[in-house]
Design a protein around this ligand. Structure first.
Ligand code: PLP
Length: 389
């Protein structure tokens, strides 16, 4: 080593490449709507690790399904038939409101959107995509290109044909009617932006313009889907149907799985799409268990009812500027930066999330969230805001 003496006894560690802002917790256990820190303290989880926990942490039916699958066969690629994919596809057809769409399985939200954009471009033979300010669709190249965040984009992500419009801006309709757009991609409710609903009227107008121009309408339901808003997909509230719907997060309750539902007239030829891990035995077992529990425990109804109570109770707190969202996907806009309130909530044993709008506190609790837990959250936030005002 160039004459240098190496210290063979010294053990060196690589530094962890940490790009995340963290809340200071080190959970070692989780159950239902609670996580348990390494100091033994219990926290009410109003965030579900970015809206992933849908049926509650470590739901016994979910852990049992995964354990059983693990004992049978845990992995083989899509070079073989995986019967669980068929079971999942049938269950999704029933619960999603899309009985005729085809299912393609993948591992994450970004990948689901990446594949949706690709399918739309194959189908239309067009390049351009329309997206919206405030949107977030994931970190892979195409998904990043259609996301509105300059700080996350590298020059490598910037060479796609993407045009951005304000949510609700009707000028987008003229652009779609130029007949040169492959896809319009839009979140069912914008999550990271601070829970912003595009609104029924806007969805209906987009649907009409896309149908008239042969443009594929992609609904990103990665955050707002799988029952989070009290309906299986948030956009179903507007009465429209999408050509492609993407999902992930709540689909696996913490097991990485994502998917796309694709309109039957959009052909997905062999070789067009693929993934080594997509649709694995373990991921499909987890997703099947999630759907079973959503149905058995009526969790969509629960999300709707508890969400309604939260909106009602929070709207009565005068220190809150606005409460947005539906079901258990809520953005609480304060008159000031929400960071100190979130820290105080954490001191009270309640975990919440942030938004790119710094005044907005975001909550995405498990869909098993109860009225009592909702009251606990509201009371704690109310007293924190009253003391600080
Ligand atoms: N789409 C939406 C609406 C999201 O909120 C996210 C993640 O927060 C993604 C896509 C990306 O999902 P993933 O992190 O699983 O790639």
């Amino acid at each position: 080593m160039n004459g240098q003496v190496s210290n063979l006894n010294r053990i060196t560690f690589n530094m962890l490449f940490n790009v995340y802002s963290q809340n200071g917790l080190t959970p070692v256990k989780a159950s239902g709507n609670y996580i348990y820190n390494n100091d033994g303290r219990k926290y009410l989880d109003c965030y579900g690790g970015h809206g992933v926990i849908s049926i509650g942490h470590n739901h016994p039916k979910w852990t049992e399904a995964i354990a059983q699958q693990f004992q049978g066969i845990s992995f083989y690629s899509n070079a073989v038939t995986i019967p669980q994919q068929e079971i999942l596809s049938q269950k999704l057809a029933t619960i999603s409101g899309y009985p005729d769409h085809a299912l393609f399985l993948i591992n994450s939200g970004a990948e689901a959107n990446e594949n949706a954009l690709k399918v739309a471009s194959f189908h239309t033979k067009r390049e351009k995509v329309i997206s919206f300010y405030g949107s977030f669709h994931g970190r892979t190249s195409g998904a990043m290109a259609v996301s509105d965040s300059q700080s996350m984009k590298s020059p490598f992500n910037s060479d796609h044909h993407v045009q951005f419009f304000n949510l609700g801006d009707l000028k987008v309709l003229n652009e779609i009617q130029n007949n040169d757009t492959a896809a319009v991609i839009i979140e069912g409710i914008q999550g990271i932006a601070g829970v912003v609903d595009p609104g029924k009227e806007f969805f209906i107008k987009l649907r009409d313009a896309c149908s008239e121009s042969g443009t594929v309408l992609i609904l990103d339901e990665v955050q707002s889907g799988f029952g989070r808003t009290g309906e299986f997909f948030a956009h179903l509230n507007s009465g429209i149907k999408a050509d492609i719907i993407t999902m992930a997060k709540g689909m696996g309750n913490g097991f990485p799985v994502g998917g796309l539902l694709i309109h039957p007239e959009i052909e997905a030829k062999q070789g067009m799409l693929g993934s080594t891990f997509g649709g694995s035995y373990m991921a499909t077992a987890a997703a099947i268990a999630v759907i079973d529990v959503l149905e058995d425990q009526n969790l969509l109804t629960n999300a709707h009812a508890v969400g309604k109570k939260l909106v009602h109770d929070l709207s009565e707190i005068k220190e809150i500027k606005e409460v947005r969202g539906r079901g258990l996907m809520l953005g609480i806009e304060l008159y000031e930066n929400s960071l100190s309130s979130r820290k105080k909530l954490l001191e009270d044993g309640i975990v919440t999330g942030s938004s790119s709008n710094q005044n907005v506190l975001r909550i995405l609790p498990p869909l098993t969230f109860s009225y009592e837990e909702a009251s606990l959250f509201t009371k704690s936030l109310k007293s924190i805001l009253e003391i600080s005002s």
